[in-house]
Write a protein that binds this ligand. Sequence first.
Ligand code: PMP
Length: 406
Amino acid sequence: MNTALIREQFPILHQEINGHPLVYLDNAATSQKPLAVIEAIKHYYEFDNSNVHRGVHTLGSRATDAYEGAREKVARFLNAKRREIIFTRGTTTALNLVASSYGRANCKEGDEIVITQMEHHSNLIPWQQVAKATGATLKYIPLQEDGSVDLADVEKTVTENTKIVAIAHVSNVLGVVNPVKEIAAIAHRKGAVIVVDGAQSTPHMKVDVQDIDADFYAFSGHKMCAPTGIGALYGKKALLENMEPIEFGGEMIDDVGLYESTWKELPWKFEGGTPIIAGAVGLGAAIDFLESIGLDAIAQHESRLSNYALKRLREVDGLKIYGPAERHVGLVTFNLDDVHPHDVATVLDSKGVAIRAGHHCCQPLMRWLKASATARASFYLYNTEEDIDALVSALIQTKEYFGDAT
Ligand code: PMP
């Protein structure tokens, strides 16, 4: 993988911030966009823009082909079938769709929904709401000391009463990869479905929903080179077919009467209203771009970077790293002495280094880590060892800056 050539594809990276070359290490929040994606969206608006599925004119069919073509690419990307891919605004909307439709219809008092304390709020609050609305119990798989999940604990927590197991494939704070395939097998053996939050996995590794045997899999385009506002939910056809839509209106109907209506077939019954057409086109272009480089090559590059980052960050006196000692997919979360992570991020920004600071939408995990907030540096295919060197030297300067205060 030629990182220099890849960087040329990302115009935003070639600028100075506060007099320093930009070092963008906030990829877990959102990734930057390559020219191929920017051009695809521009081309769509310059030549093909129209509404989908109803126009009989040429632009209408071009827009429909572009939108449905993007669905085909997402299906191939996840090893799913076209009808099992529902376009959504992102992971949050996808998980809320499963919770509001499948969750509310399939849980009742005495049933259990099993999640973990490392979940992003998007894969936690929707299940709290389902539990409240249905009387089901929300249960947590305990975490190991390093934040990972032990399969023996999954066996104990998931019971015959469990209806849903919902878990992140990769944690956005700890960077751990959860053994979702093995967890899916346990869930299925006990009669539950598994919902996987793929927000932090699809950008960084090859995902095969059939190999995992996921019942539902959610992801966001904007973390994998596509624009904001587009993502998808994969669901097994047999499950989706028996689920009710949660948004009603145009585009999703078959026949509308005064008192009763019927819905389109999959996947359109879940896509009420004019969809995010240009976003889907951008997502399709992002998938082409990532596949042209190769997800395995990207994963290897990031694994090398993460290892290098862990090694270099351990050289910074007073730096506490969270998560397992080794496996960190694409990110490292840390705190520097007693300096508030917002202050760390502010000083780093003055050196051109962009990182994230805060609770990362994981307040229950922050409590478990006994930290009110943390700093997080997250990497992508365009990051280099020089970026990590810049991070480390900015952190050393931050430490000097706060001096006695720490
Ligand atoms: N889950 C995880 C693990 C995430 O990292 C994120 C984004 N930070 C989300 C869910 C929510 O994604 P979005 O905001 O794109 O819906």
